[in-house]
Design a protein around this ligand. Structure first.
Ligand code: AOF
Ligand code: ZN
Length: 328
């Protein structure tokens, strides 16, 4: 199971917004084949493991009834972009399945295991399930909380300021921090910003990384009109929301294929997310530069981070900056 979980992780940037899943077929102690959910919209892990085993029929095993399937997530019951894994397992003749975690997706949850059991397949589940959940944090979060996981990223001066007013762009953090932001973007399914940031900075907000990935979708909150020449409209379709009801907007993504949203916006929108209790994780890139009393505060409240119950989970140095990660 640990091997299935570990190797599945290689595909986290191309499987998203789907969970990463690993499957291994064993004959007694020997590995016959493995399979992974490598690419969103393509074969699930179990199907790849079964297909990869076929070339060993007659060499390493006679038929699938001799094999045990280990899969990190409950085999799916539904026919989505591909067929139902649970039915494929039954058809193959596999008789023993060991499952890491139950799938929290209500379309599947418990139903995949039921199909197996109803067809006389022995199922053991709950093996390293906490690790599977940790690995697919936002996927589990979304299904448990009926909304995507929300991370807010800010670049702050040492004295908690965002920028100088009336200056087009205030440079705060170093080059290395900006590079790190690209990885943070790559780890999210969507990036959200507001009209003010678009007008002032004209950011592209894609993930500029040197590995293949499914680029984050884009979400824009504004009641103004923007023409398509703004950089934000490159790469991907942009959802535009004119309402100010953040709760409604965020909850609307429960039905969408988005499990995590990265908010990269100015103080006004960040404070709205804070007050709406819609921040699950706050990432602060803190520079050693002070902007002084002319700078605009990131947070409207003094001690906002503590007041809203965020706890520092980790901090590390990036060149001259400090990256702090806070969670509720
Ligand atoms: C599995 N094996 O490898 C994965 C599963 O859109 P689809 O059709 O690809 O289905 C995506 C859903 O299937 C996803 O939300 C999750 O519930 C499950 N993922 N299931 O049996 C896999 N990736
Ligand atoms: Zn499946």
């Amino acid at each position: 199971m640990l091997l299935a979980i570990n190797d599945a992780d290689k595909y986290k940037y191309t499987a998203k917004p789907n969970p990463v899943v690993g499957a291994i077929l064993l004959k007694e102690e020997s590995i016959i084949s493995s399979g992974y959910h490598e690419q969103y919209g393509c074969n699930h892990a179990e199907i790849n493991a079964i297909e990869n085993a076929k070339k060993n029929i007659g060499k390493m095993f006679k038929d699938f009834s001799e094999l045990t399937l280990i899969c990190s997530l409950e085999p799916c019951s539904h026919v989505g972009k591909t067929g139902s894994c649970a039915h494929k397992i039954v058809e193959s003749g596999i008789k023993n399945v060991i499952v890491g975690s139950i799938d929290p997706n209500p379309k599947v949850s418990g139903k995949g295991i039921k199909i197996l059991k109803d067809n006389d397949v022995n199922v053991t589940s709950g093996i390293l399930d906490e690790l599977v959940e940790q690995q697919n944090k936002s996927f589990f979060f979304k299904h448990r909380n009926k909304r995507p996981y929300i991370t807010v990223k800010i670049a702050s001066s040492k004295d908690g300021k965002s920028h100088y007013p009336n200056i087009s762009q205030t440079v705060i953090t170093c080059k290395e921090s900006k590079k790190d932001v690209q990885i943070v973007r790559a780890n999210h399914d969507a990036i959200l910003t507001g009209g003010n940031t678009l007008r002032n900075d004209n950011p592209r907000m894609n993930a500029r990384v040197h590995f293949s990935l499914n680029q984050p979708k884009k979400i824009l909150l504004t009641n103004k009109s923007f023409d398509s020449t703004y950089n934000f409209f490159k790469d991907n379709h942009v959802d535009i929301h004119k309402t100010k009801n953040l709760d409604k907007i965020i909850k609307s993504y429960y039905r969408d294929e988005i499990t995590s949203i990265l908010v990269e916006a100015g103080p006004k929108l960040v404070n709205s997310f804070l007050k709406a209790n819609l921040i699950d994780e706050l990432i602060v890139y803190r520079s050693n530069i002070e902007l002084g009393s002319d700078g605009v505060d990131w947070f409207e409240d003094n001690n906002a981070i503590e007041k809203y119950d965020f706890k520092l989970e980790s901090s590390c140095r990036i060149d001259n900056d400090i990256k702090e990660i806070y969670k509720k």
